[in-house]
Design a protein around this ligand. Structure first.
Ligand SMILES: Cc1cc2nc3c(=O)[nH]c(=O)nc-3n(C[C@H](O)[C@H](O)[C@H](O)COP(=O)(O)OP(=O)(O)OC[C@H]3O[C@@H](n4cnc5c(N)ncnc54)[C@H](O)[C@@H]3O)c2cc1C
Length: 336
């Protein structure tokens, strides 16, 4: 492990916030996790940081940041139909995508190009283009910080839901995930329920392969989302709100083009991006922060934005959407 004092976190968060951590501990081997918990995490504050693509640092961090940096993809089992992989928390998510495409393993190709590390993927149950990581996660291994005990949680025990899991509930800030196990299929199949993806594939007239689907997802994302290396951002800043069907029907009287997807228990999931856009926020900025010109759901750092500037934009958007639709947007990003 490697301990640094007064670490600048600018390169460790995709929003590019210029904040410092009092101490920064990089874990280079999963075996070190129990001693890290014993020696460094008996007192708060601490924060487990992956790639920092779902984290908004709002000020300097007066504690210890723990960064699991151990990598590796192991093939644990295989049958004629599927394989089981055990992937270390510090492995970049997109490396796993490349690994699967190379070996013709189906299941996560729609999640191409989501930034971040594998250890964070189950935390908010990452999802895109009709697929969520919960569809392929077999189990998650790690340690509970408060007890120091190891855990191995099966898929149902992780209690995955839309951008949610046990790691954002009971185990929030109380665990270090060390390995995620995936079950991926050798049998050719694709999820093309997301219209934009199906249409883009059709237009390109390419044969349906893992490579073409992944490539298409990457191109759609590149056109819609800012590259954090160029423009600081944390992806979708808010969750898509889920409202009762009656409220949705009422809103469509005034806004007939309002998008609503069926959600469990007779609810409708709306597009937060559309609501923000209708509130006049697409491509708008306040000082050095604002929303992205091609996707209002993405808040961006136009250069040198302070955490307060980003928060002010977020709060104004919440206020404006509430006033217009009587819907309270909830942040998807972790505010620290
Ligand atoms: C341009 C852009 C596009 C994005 N697109 C999508 C998208 O399409 N779909 C989607 O779902 N998300 C998307 N995101 C959000 C983000 O990429 C994902 O949430 C990703 O999984 C975060 O990974 P990270 O390693 O950067 O997480 P971090 O921001 O470092 O951490 C996220 C959370 O996980 C916890 N955590 C991290 N590692 C561990 C660990 N080993 N053990 C325990 N807890 C841990 C942290 O404490 C924190 O609570 C996007 C972000 C950006 C910037």
């Amino acid at each position: 492990m490697k301990l640094t004092e007064y670490q600048n976190l600018k390169d460790y968060n995709t929003f590019g916030m210029e904040v410092a951590a009092q101490r920064f501990l990089q874990i280079e081997n999963a075996d070190e996790v129990p001693s890290v918990i014993r020696e460094y995490l008996q007192e708060k504050p601490y924060y487990i940081l992956g790639g920092g693509s779902n984290t908004l640092f709002t000020k300097d961090f007066d504690g210890i940041i723990v960064h699991p940096a151990f990598t590796g993809i192991e093939l644990m089992e295989q049958t004629s139909d599927d394989v089981v992989l055990r992937v270390a928390a510090g492995e970049p998510w997109d490396n796993l995508i490349q690994y699967c495409i190379k070996r013709q393993l189906y299941g996560i190709e729609n999640l191409t190009a989501i930034p971040g590390l594998v250890g964070s993927a189950p935390v908010q149950n990452i999802g895109a283009y009709g697929v969520e990581v919960k569809d392929t996660v077999l189990k998650v291994e790690g340690y509970v910080i408060s007890t120091g005990e190891p855990f191995s949680l099966t898929n149902p025990e992780c209690r995955f839901a839309y951008r949610n899991s046990i790691f954002k509930q009971e185990l929030k800030h109380d665990c270090i995930i060390t390995y995620v196990w995936f079950q991926l299929s050798k049998i050719k199949h694709f999820t093309l329920s997301y219209q934009g993806l199906a249409k883009a594939l059709e237009e390109r007239e390419l044969p349906l392969t893992l490579h073409s689907v992944s490539d298409c997802v990457r191109k759609i994302r590149d056109a819609k989302l800012p590259d954090p290396k160029m423009v600081g951002n944390g992806g979708s800043f808010f969750k898509n709100p889920v409202v009762p069907i009656e409220q949705f029907t009422e809103l469509t009287v005034q806004y007939p083009d309002l998008v609503g997807y069926d959600a469990p228990d007779g609810m409708k999931k709306l597009s937060a991006g559309q609501l923000i856009e209708k509130a006049g926020w697409k491509g708008k900025r306040l000082g050095n922060a604002g929303t992205w010109k091609n996707q209002a759901l993405v808040l961006v750092n136009y250069g040198g934005a302070t955490p307060n500037e980003v928060l002010q934009v977020a709060e104004t958007i919440i206020h404006d959407v509430k006033t217009l639709f009587d819907i309270t947007l909830e942040m998807e990003i972790n505010q620290i």
